[in-house]
Design a protein around this ligand. Structure first.
Ligand code: HEM
Length: 499
């Protein structure tokens, strides 16, 4: 090669390299980083104050993928359906869910030492027991105890309210708590236990995000809960546990030689996690039904009709296998629960990359470095107008698919739309909610009993603040910023024993 040709080729290479470097500089970084003036803290303060408003603002400005610095932690936030699905699927097994679990062990269970070991026990030994005990078919082991207790709790609440208004949160929360704890843990806990659980719950958000709060009452509540649970565990260790759940859990405690406070802390995390989300979901469903008389009437008609045609009475439905509630006889109710979850589930799914890895979002590749955190904002696909037209409205039959029939908003979902109804209410993949069948059963049964036996209406004077707003500092499922007062009236129902 002559020196001239050689120099020409070299010159061309240099020009190409400079153009490439220039173009690269012009391309904005991906994911874009949300700016902040505060070193280390980054957007931590503004995020903790109102995470969802902040995430919405960032999404409008940066799109479905962006990067944040949150108190020293680098967090990539994804909100497109494909990236969330890939994050939950975790095909390469490189995304760990330990961050959120460890935070909850600390805030709820007051477990502040050896947290990684205790997290491993929770994740590898206790979650699988919960998963096994609450499959669709295993629910029949606890359903008769659960349904009898739920029915008697609702009857008791009605008899004691003396034609006065009654708190929806109290009615739902106490009834579900009594029924689940008597079915799962057997000896029931005093009412003060439930009140303490709510006191603790009211502080979890601030504890998690390290915000200042009046800690005195919730700290004492947690202290009493842990003490009561430690006594309960000692009792069943001595006398023997009834049921697969508690016998399995006791074996895990024994095999790992856990101390009194760790056992109580783990139990408290389980009780808190299994109660608060179903309670808030049921409260919102009933709130939406109170606000939408057509939905209430249609769902009650479905409940009455299915009870009469398939079971003859409520009593025989309560005695039947829980799987019967999954049949087409309750498809409107099923749809209304999913619709409620679509509007109210705000679970913050967080994962930590255990090595360098990648996710795809809308055709682009997100490179994630080892140690970086990724957060999925599931509200975005749940409120996407192309998937869910009129997305802010509660459409009780949105998830009912009859061939060529309209839903309550007059839309006929096309088969493509149906297939694309992205729903992350229970998560997905290996961390999918282990209590989802139990939660569906709880919510459904409570609504069936309530609508079949009672007429429920708003108490007088409630209208100006109804429906309540979402409490901006919520976890899991939106909490309501105010309780709703309702009035119950017994219906005349044939073939069902009255309480
Ligand atoms: C309406 C009620 C409920 C909702 C909306 C809900 C939602 C969720 C979601 C979205 C996840 C996935 C979190 C993630 O991927 O990081 C999850 C996980 C989990 N849920 Fe639920 N849940 C509910 C009720 C329950 C109940 C009643 C139980 C227990 C009986 C339960 C036990 C669990 C457990 C153990 C996990 C962790 C699974 C794992 O990481 O392997 N949940 N839940």
């Amino acid at each position: 090669m002559s020196p001239k040709v050689y120099l020409d080729a070299l010159g061309t290479l240099v020009v190409l390299f400079i153009s490439w470097a220039y173009l690269r500089k012009q391309q904005p970084p991906y994911p874009p980083a949300v700016g902040s003036m505060l070193p280390w803290i980054g957007s931590g303060l503004i995020f903790a104050r109102d995470p969802f408003t902040f995430l919405d603002t960032c999404r409008k400005q940066y799109g479905h993928v962006f990067k944040l610095l949150l108190g020293g932690r680098r967090m990539i936030v994804v909100s497109s359906a494909d990236a969330i699905a890939a994050l939950l699927r975790d095909r390469h097994g490189t995304l760990d869910a330990d961050v959120m679990h460890i935070a909850l062990l600390r805030c709820v269970g007051a477990i502040n030492h050896d947290t990684h070991r205790i997290h491993d026990i929770l994740h590898h030994e206790i979650f699988p027991i919960i998963g096994r005990c609450f499959t669709r078919h295993s629910l029949s082991n606890i359903s008769s105890q659960f349904s009898t207790r739920l029915r008697s709790q609702l009857d008791e609440a009605f008899s004691s309210h003396n034609q006065q208004s009654i708190s929806l949160k109290g009615l739902v929360g106490r009834s579900l708590f009594e029924a689940t704890s008597s079915a799962m843990l057997r000896p029931s806990f005093p009412i003060s236990f439930y009140d303490d659980l709510l006191r603790l719950d009211s502080s979890i958000y601030s504890r998690l995000y390290k915000l200042p709060f009046f800690s005195h009452s919730s700290t004492w509540a947690r202290h009493r809960l842990l003490d009561r649970l430690a006594d309960y565990i000692e009792e069943i260790e001595r006398d023997g546990a009834e049921g697969e759940l508690m016998s399995g859990v006791l074996e895990v405690f024994k095999a790992n030689k856990l101390g009194r406070s760790d056992k109580a802390g783990l139990m408290l995390v389980f009780i808190w996690g299994s109660h608060i989300n179903p309670m808030n979901t049921t409260i919102w469903l009933l709130t939406y039904l109170l606000a939408n008389r057509e939905a209430m009437t249609k769902i009650r008609e479905e409940v009455d009709q299915t009870i009469h045609s398939q079971f003859t009475s409520l009593d025989s439905l309560l005695a039947a296998d829980p799987c019967v509630l999954d049949g087409p006889g309750f498809s409107l109710l099923d749809s209304a629960i999913r619709e409620t979850m679509r509007l109210t589930v705000i679970t913050t799914v967080v994962r930590r990359a255990t090595c360098d890895t990648e996710l795809k979002s809308e055709g682009r590749t997100i490179h994630i470095s080892e140690g970086e955190h990724i957060m999925a904002d599931v509200r975005a696909p749940h409120h996407d107008e192309t998937t869910y037209p009129d997305a802010e409205t509660f459409i009780y039959d949105r998830f009912v698919f009859r061939e060529n029939s309209e839903n309550a908003s007059g839309q006929i979902p096309s088969s493509n739309q149906r297939a694309a109804l992205t729903f992350f209410g229970w998560g997905s993949g290996k961390h999918i909610c282990k209590g989802r069948h139990l939660a569906m059963y709880e919510v459904k049964l409570l609504v069936i009993i309530l609508l079949h036996l009672y007429d429920m209406s708003l108490a007088s004077g409630v209208l100006q603040n109804f429906p309540p707003k979402f409490k901006r500092r919520s976890l899991g499922v939106w909490h309501a910023n105010e309780d709703v007062l309702v009035h119950l009236q017994r219906r005349h129902v044939s073939g069902t024993t009255t309480g």
